[in-house]
Design a protein. Structure first.
Length: 366
């Protein structure tokens, strides 16, 4: 029955770290381009004269791994067609719990070669694409480092001069400047926030970001974030603080990083509600979690865009005129997750959005 099969079949016995031929059907000699069937007891080197080292390694791999293995060899010394290939599948045969024999299925077909070539081409294409993406990621991280460095110095100088103007170290403040000064300070703070976001994003990518944890009272931090955001709001905005706890709410976290998280959520709520309306920051506690949500009555987000909301550098197409880098929400969620928490969002176009930050409470806090 085995002689009728078009596939070459051979059985080799493992003995004294060698493999000896014991059986083969007629197709085996044809596939291997042998003049006659191998004799009983011939070594694997005598049977596979063209690819003997590779076949011995294949057999040893089968014996060690105790699993089937495959070998391809294109255009061997006695293979008549350049577009043909040996496809050799080797299977372990067990006796008393050890690999005693190896059964070989051998084919010679151009289909296997073509499939193998397609696999290699696809693997090379994917490898090149991966290398290209890696180089782009490296370039982005380098850009973040350089841009943040270039922004920080002039922002610090501008902030310093504005503080000197505010405390009248440079002389009395002109009346025309007084209403403009808060706006200038707010814009300077935005530049500083942007520079900090770039630095933090680069540190995240490099794996260099380390949290400096201490006890943080979240209600006060959220109130401060609302106060800091007031200069960016318009007269049509109403910033509200909704305290559902009524007492101190403590977490172990990095104050600066948590301030970045909350500042981003409040700032986004203002930016994406250009017509004004309520921006409500609510704080509550559920189980062992502090829950901080920021809700607006703005333009909302389409369902198909929600998956890109927290992607680095992602900018939603209809909102290209809204200032930003596409780093804020990405950074906010990553920082939240470093604290053992998370950020989720719900939104409806034309109805507004709600972003909810959850953080584990300090032990003993309710």
């Amino acid at each position: 029955m085995l002689d009728a099969l078009p596939v070459g079949i051979g059985v080799f016995e493992h003995s004294n770290d060698d493999f000896r031929f014991r059986y083969g059907n007629r197709a085996l000699a044809s596939v291997l381009m042998l003049d006659r069937m191998p004799s009983d007891g011939q070594s694997v080197r005598e049977v596979f004269r063209d690819e003997q080292d590779a076949i011995i390694e294949l057999f040893r791999l089968v014996r060690v791994s105790r699993e089937p293995q495959t070998y391809f060899a294109a255009a061997g010394g006695r293979v008549p067609e350049e577009n043909q290939i040996w496809n050799i599948d080797a299977y372990p045969v067990f006796s008393a719990g050890r690999v005693s024999y190896i059964m070989v299925l051998a084919e010679q077909t151009d289909e296997k070669l073509q499939a193998r070539q397609r696999e290699l081409l696809e693997a090379n294409r994917l490898r090149q694409k991966a290398d290209h993406l890696a180089s782009l990621e490296k370039a982005k991280s380098e850009f973040l480092r350089l841009a943040s460095h270039e922004l920080r110095a002039p922002a610090a100088m501008l902030g310093g001069y504005l503080s000197m103007i505010e405390d009248e170290s440079l002389g009395p403040i002109p009346e025309w400047l007084r209403p403009v000064l808060p706006l200038l300070k707010a814009k300077t703070a935005q530049i500083n926030l942007l520079a900090n976001e770039m630095v933090e994003a680069a540190r995240l990518e490099d794996g260099r970001l380390q949290l400096k944890r201490k006890r943080v009272e979240l209600r006060e931090l959220l109130r401060r974030s609302l106060t800091d955001a007031e200069p960016n709001a318009t007269p049509k905005h109403r910033l509200r603080f909704d305290d559902r706890v009524g007492h101190e709410l403590w977490v172990l976290g990095d104050p600066m990083r948590l301030e970045i998280v909350m500042g981003n959520l409040v700032d986004n709520a203002i930016k994406y509600s250009p017509a004004g309306g309520d921006v409500t920051a609510q704080v509550s506690a559920v189980g062992g979690l502090a829950i901080l949500s920021v809700r607006d009555q703005g333009i909302g987000i389409a369902a198909e865009d929600m998956s890109r909301l927290f992607v680095r550098f992602s900018r939603l197409a209809p909102f290209g005129e809204v200032p930003g880098t596409g780093l804020g929400l990405y950074l906010a969620r990553e920082l939240a997750r470093l604290h053992g928490g998370d950020i989720v969002a719900v939104s409806k176009p034309g109805k507004g959005s709600e972003f909810t930050l959850s953080l584990p409470l300090e032990s003993g806090t309710t």
